[in-house]
Ligand binder design. Structure first.
Ligand code: ADP
Ligand code: G6P
Length: 463
């Protein structure tokens, strides 16, 4: 079997720490630990003297990482990836902040990734590139003579062509990523939007649902929704009931219903809208009957929009507590700190309502984790944004529009009042959608579609 080479900006080299918040790392780590292979990317460090990749072997996985310089980090990561591509891909153009030099640095860092990766490659490797930071990499690898099967998976959404067009430079990036043999997306909508953009801006031709052609060369398009290890997460959540963090939280609840949000502190997650919905819920219910815990792990703090968001939700949380709090009751607990994934699993199990209301999200693994964490005999209710990729699979959740605070408040109240029989029915349908899937299965599906035998069977131009 050929070796798998994963390339991503974020590489969670295991160090026995709390782990990285972020769907990409969570989805890939289990897969790589089971399969082995090479994982190449950014070390997470910023240094002024770029050195060749540092290599670490852990189990069957070799981690090869490079540092970024301050200027590279600013232009490639903070500037173009998170200041332009991330907001554009999530249809939030007003949050974009473009500087021409950032696009140049983005391209240059993608080329540097290619320069450092190529010497580590073997001829029969299957290369799997991940996410919006590395859209130029497939083109750069081909230019350096890499001919082997190369795939790309986009963890985040792809918007309609008119919305994609707002990002300066996107045409070139779409052409570069089309140098792959296989492009994977979370949902059919993302795939179709990308294909329409490739046709509209990059001169591609859509030959059927699953192919576009560029210059006569077919590029396969596939849908591979990211998954979690649901049975394992369920076991972790149940085991947490015996631990101190679970017990301390339960004791402090004193019989109140727990509402829970768990996110990176990110403008796509709909946090201000969610707090406004919660404010309306508190205004309607009896004091001391419920408490909301919102865990928001700080993320990308070099990006101005993220710093503004922190101030905004700090102020909104303070306002809710000062308006509705009692001497012995605080309706909202806001923690801007990451927790370990195990602790979060226990809190999810304890929560009567899981609130996952992003403005836009590629998948949202938190929604799947919340379902997995529930006690099947007495499950809580998931309130889920219809604009999360997960909504395509978890349609038995209470689906809401994250722009409609009143509608969300109604859904949260309906969740709080929902009879056991309905909670069970909805939970069982959601569990059935995730229980049989796994990160390994997700990866295998993608890698199977990328296998040389599969690619050889692809229809050629005109067939
Ligand atoms: P994203 O990739 O945009 O961060 P996902 O919901 O797909 O969103 O994945 C986030 C992953 O990181 C999940 O596994 C979740 O449990 C974890 N995570 C997110 N926020 C936190 C947090 N505040 N503390 C601990 N873990 C978190
Ligand atoms: C999302 C993105 C990932 C990213 C993660 C955490 O899941 O799709 O590519 O790694 O967020 O963000 P960060 O900027 O800290 O890597």
């Amino acid at each position: 079997m050929s070796r798998i080479v994963v390339v991503s900006n974020r590489v969670p080299v295991p160090q026995g720490n709390a782990g990285q918040a972020g769907g990409l790392a969570v989805a890939l780590l289990g897969l790589m630990q089971r399969r082995g292979g090479l994982w190449f990317g950014w070390s997470g460090a910023v240094t002024e003297a770029p050195a060749p990749p540092g290599l670490t072997q852990r189990g069957g996985v070799g981690y090869a990482t490079i540092d970024l310089t301050e200027a590279e980090h600013r232009g490639y990561y903070t500037g173009y990836s998170n200041g332009v591509l991330w907001p554009m891909l999530h249809s939030l153009p007003h949050l974009m902040s473009f500087r021409r030099q950032d696009l140049d640095v983005y391209r240059r860092v993608n080329r540097r990734f290619a320069d450092n990766l190529v010497p580590l490659l073997r001829p029969d490797d299957r290369i799997w590139v991940h996410d919006y930071h590395l859209m130029s990499l497939p083109g750069a690898l081909r230019q350096r003579g890499v001919l082997g099967p190369t795939g790309f998976f986009l963890h985040v959404p792809f918007p309609a062509p008119e919305a994609a067009a707002v990002a300066p430079g996107i045409r070139g990036l779409v052409q570069d990523v089309l140098a792959c043999d296989l492009l994977g997306f979370q949902t059919a909508t993302d795939r179709d939007n990308f294909a329409a953009t490739a046709v509209g801006f990059a001169g591609a031709v859509r030959t059927d649902d699953n192919f576009v052609e560029l210059g006569g060369r077919p590029v396969r398009l596939g849908i591979f929704p990211a998954e979690i290890a649901a049975p394992e997460f369920a076991a972790t959540a149940a085991a947490q009931m015996e631990t101190e963090p679970y017990r301390l939280l339960a004791r402090s609840m004193r019989g109140q219903a727990l509402l829970l949000g768990v996110d990176r502190l990110d403008p796509t997650k709909g946090l201000p809208e969610r707090l406004e919905a919660f404010r309306r819920v508190v205004a309607r219910r009896t004091a001391r009957s419920l408490t909301m815990l919102q865990i928001a792990a700080p993320s990308r703090e070099d990006v101005a929009a993220y710093r503004r968001l922190r101030q905004e939700i700090d102020a909104a949380a303070g306002a809710i507590n000062s308006e509705f709090g009692e001497p012995d009751w605080t309706p909202l607990r806001l923690l801007a700190r990451p927790q370990t994934r195990d602790t979060v699993a226990g809190f999810m199990r304890q929560a009567r309502v899981g609130i996952v209301t992003p403005i836009r999200d590629g998948m949202n693994l938190v929604a799947k984790e919340y379902i997995a964490a529930q006690d099947p005999a007495d499950p809580g209710v998931l309130v889920l944004s219809r604009f999360a990729g997960a909504a395509a699979q978890l349609d038995s959740a209470l689906l809401v529009n994250p722009h409609d605070a009143e509608g969300m408040a109604e859904a949260i109240c309906a969740a709080l009042d929902m009879p056991l029989a309905e909670r069970r029915m909805r939970w069982q349908a959601a569990w059935a959608a995730i229980a049989g899937a796994s990160p390994e299965g997700w990866g295998q599906d993608f890698l199977r579609a990328l296998a040389p035998e599969t690619l050889d069977r692809m229809p050629m131009a005109g067939t």
